[in-house]
Ligand binder design. Structure first.
Ligand code: TYM
Length: 331
């Protein structure tokens, strides 16, 4: 474990959901004391779909405050904004030259986003996973804690690392995805076959980290369940299984413990308990985020220090890459 590097990021788009929290950020907090960690706010990725500039700026700062409120400790890891470290875009350019158009165009998220934003299928959208590979490979990352939807992108990063190493000699570490067992894919509360998403049109489908207690209780009360009124996880009961996974993640209990707690109890009582557990856990995070957001000087100092630390590590890898591909660096 000693000396291993962890990298992950979230885009500052939309409001973060409890899926982003239990699928990603919460797991980072557990990793930071044992690994060399880099946690970024992926603003370069965000502009691959249209963003309102003022809103993007506001969400970037809010996300930084949220990372801190969730327990990311800037003394233990590099917390920074992706665009503050130009090496990300520079390495992405080099990696573009070892990425085939065919493999980029086959990425599931590219196909989904192209369908969703048919009026804006830009080059950045297709290049998104290459930039993500650059993020990961710049820090010689061993582990990438993400939700299941990002697994294919981490696999591309592995492929590109191996291909580059083959062509130019040993340069990159080949990263592994780190995906939680029950929290890898938190589903929509309205359609458990879909992932809970920041951008779902149905406001009852996603629980946002910014939701107040009433909204959280209401959304869980309306969550789609299955017919038999028995609180047990099974592949035939995706709605209840999803709620159980959420409950376990927020209450810190195992599936068996949760099933025992709700044995003989009905869905109404269970859904209320899930809502209350989530609301109780989020309230202090929300209060802490508000407190941190009020201290803009602390935030910008923290992000500047994080970017400096990330730049140093990234610069070492980028220098090596530039030498390997044959860029003239002076005598
Ligand atoms: P983003 O912002 O879409 O998602 C951030 C993280 O949240 C996870 N996630 C979920 N996990 C469980 N259930 C859900 N319903 C759910 N929805 C989202 C995502 O898997 C992700 O871990 N491309 C990345 C951002 C990124 C990145 C990177 C990640 C940019 N560069 C380098 C790792 C390494 C993304 O999807 O962000």
């Amino acid at each position: 474990m000693e000396g291993k590097t962890v990298y992950s990021a979230v885009q500052p788009t939309g409001s973060l959901t409890i899926g982003n929290y239990v699928g990603a950020i919460r797991n980072w907090v557990e990793l930071q004391s044992g690994y060399n960690c880099f946690f970024a706010i992926a603003d370069l990725h965000a502009i691959t779909v249209r963003q309102d500039p003022a809103e993007l700026r506001r969400r970037t700062v809010e996300l930084a405050a949220l990372y801190l409120a969730c327990g990311i400790d800037p003394a233990q890891c590099a917390l920074y904004v992706q665009s503050h470290v130009p090496a990300h875009a520079e390495l992405a350019w080099v990696l573009n030259t070892v990425t085939y158009v065919g493999e980029a165009s086959r990425m599931t998220q590219f196909k989904d986003k192209s369908a969703k934003h048919a009026d804006n299928i830009n080059m950045g959208l297709m290049d998104y996973p290459v930039l993500m590979a650059a993020d990961i490979l710049l820090y010689r990352t061993d582990l990438v804690p993400v939700g299941a939807d990002q697994k294919q992108h981490v696999e591309l990063a592995r492929d590109l690392a191996l291909r580059f190493n083959n062509r130019y000699g040993e340069t990159f570490t080949v990263p592994e995805p780190l995906i939680g067992r029950n929290t890898a894919k938190i589903s929509s509360l309205q359609d458990p076959s879909k992932k809970m998403s920041k951008s779902d049109e149905n406001p009852n489908a996603s629980v946002f980290l910014s939701d107040d207690r009433d909204a959280i209780l209401r959304k869980f009360k309306r969550a789609v369940t299955d017919s038999d009124n028995c609180v047990r996880a099974s592949s035939e009961k995706p709605g209840i299984t999803n709620l159980l996974n959420i409950y376990c993640a927020f209450a810190g209990v195992t599936l068996e413990e949760a099933e025992r707690t709700f044995d003989g109890k009905g869905y109404g009582e269970f859904k209320l308990a899930v809502g209350e557990t989530v609301a109780d856990r989020l309230a202090p995070v929300q209060a802490e985020q508000r407190r941190i957001l009020a201290d803009k000087a602390y935030l910008s100092e923290t992000l500047a220090a994080g970017a400096e630390r990330a730049s140093r590590a990234a610069g070492r890898t980028l220098g090596k890459v530039f030498r390997k591909v044959g860029f003239y660096r002076g005598e």
